[in-house]
Design a protein around this ligand. Structure first.
Ligand code: ATP
Length: 328
């Protein structure tokens, strides 16, 4: 068993006049601590992340109680819960930013890359490029890769690269994009996002979804704290709720909804015919039709997660995905 801990620069020196930069992307390096890695999970079924009977209190107030869960590569988990229920606390514990009060967090891989987007990024006297370059260097990214990735992320999230505007002058949505970019900079193994869609317009939300689906299909495990419904992400995720400190799996549509109402997802998208055939064979109960220039398919909730995995793996283009209900 190895002892490792996240190599996390919570406060690092930055350019002149910069006081504190909260670094949110981490690479775990082999070091002494009580954080433990249990073998390499690449190519095996061992979890990327395990929480074992975790409690967390602030002073005398217990926020999380006896939380246990496992997360594997490519899995997605949604965290729900009311204001102050402990979602951010759970994300920070998982990222290694704060310690548990009891129990332990086990990362199942050496040199695990963790991307964390907190609920808000501080406004800094830096341009987005300066800030992201700084963050990439902290994470140990080679210069060439870093500059390419910064450009790619600006394009993906539709923010002008090379702008001389500083983050202090950014709008809420623009700042959120930079926050998300820093979390995704080095294509993390584990991506932790606190209300990632907050402040984003519809178009940008779609772009973020495309980015997240792409990362997940490549093997990134994603945990998102979410308040609002989000059908196309729920369809590929397990949804958990924190209530009175306890974490429970929700019996949501994608987890197999059982009631007198049938839940299904209606997807409009683009797929090469060969891929469509393969999906049609693999998911025989899916109904296919044409909607304008796109394909439309009706996918039952119980297979939607597997279907979407195949869809993204086949480079399908998603135009929309809606959760629908009908009588059985
Ligand atoms: N550093 C801290 N010191 C003391 N109490 C804290 C601290 N951080 C969080 N808390 C408390 O822990 C509880 C859970 O907070 P947390 O931010 O994890 O909730 P949340 O579910 O993310 O809430 P929201 O949906 O409103 O963002 C709250 O009562 C909060 O006041």
């Amino acid at each position: 068993m190895l002892n490792i801990r996240p190599w996390a620069a919570f406060a690092v020196s930055g350019p002149p006049k910069q006081t504190v930069i909260e670094a949110s992307t981490y690479t775990k390096k082999k070091e002494m601590s009580d954080w433990q890695a249990e073998g390499d999970s690449i190519g095996s079924a061992s979890p990327l992340l395990t929480l074992e009977n975790v409690d967390r209190s602030y002073g005398s107030r217990q926020v999380l109680a006896d939380i246990s869960l496992t997360l594997h590569r490519g899995e997605s988990m949604i965290l729900r819960g009311g204001n102050g229920s402990g979602k951010s606390t759970l994300l920070k514990l998982t990222a290694g930013i704060i310690p548990t009060s009891k129990g332990r967090v086990v990362w199942g891989e050496r040199n695990l890359r963790i991307g964390f987007a907190p609920d808000r990024l501080p406004k800094l006297r830096l341009t987005s490029e300066e800030y992201l370059t700084h963050m990439g260097k902290i994470a140990g990214m080679p210069n060439d890769d870093l500059h390419l990735r910064i450009k790619e992320l600006h394009t993906l999230l539709d923010l002008p690269a090379g702008s001389s505007s500083m983050l202090i002058h950014y709008s809420k949505g623009m700042l959120q994009k930079v926050n998300l970019m820093q979390a995704c900079l080095c294509e993390p193994d584990l991506l932790l996002l606190d209300e990632p869609f907050s402040g984003l317009d519809t178009d940008s939300s779609e772009k973020l979804l495309t980015l997240l689906h792409g990362l997940r299909v490549k093997g990134t495990a994603v945990v998102t704290a979410l308040h609002d419904p989000l059908a196309s992400w729920e369809a590929v995720s397990k949804t958990y709720r924190i209530r009175e400190g306890r974490l429970t799996l929700e019996e949501a549509a994608a987890n197999g909804e059982a009631s007198s109402v049938s839940v299904f997802y209606e997807l409009d998208g683009l797929l090469p015919e060969e891929t469509r055939q393969r999906l049609a064979n693999a998911f025989p109960n899916t109904e296919w039709s044409v909607a304008g220039n796109a394909l439309r398919c009706r996918i039952s909730a119980d297979v939607c997660r597997d279907f979407m995995h195949e869809f993204w793996a086949a480079d399908g283009t998603l135009l929309s995905l809606k959760r629908k209900e009908g009588a059985r």
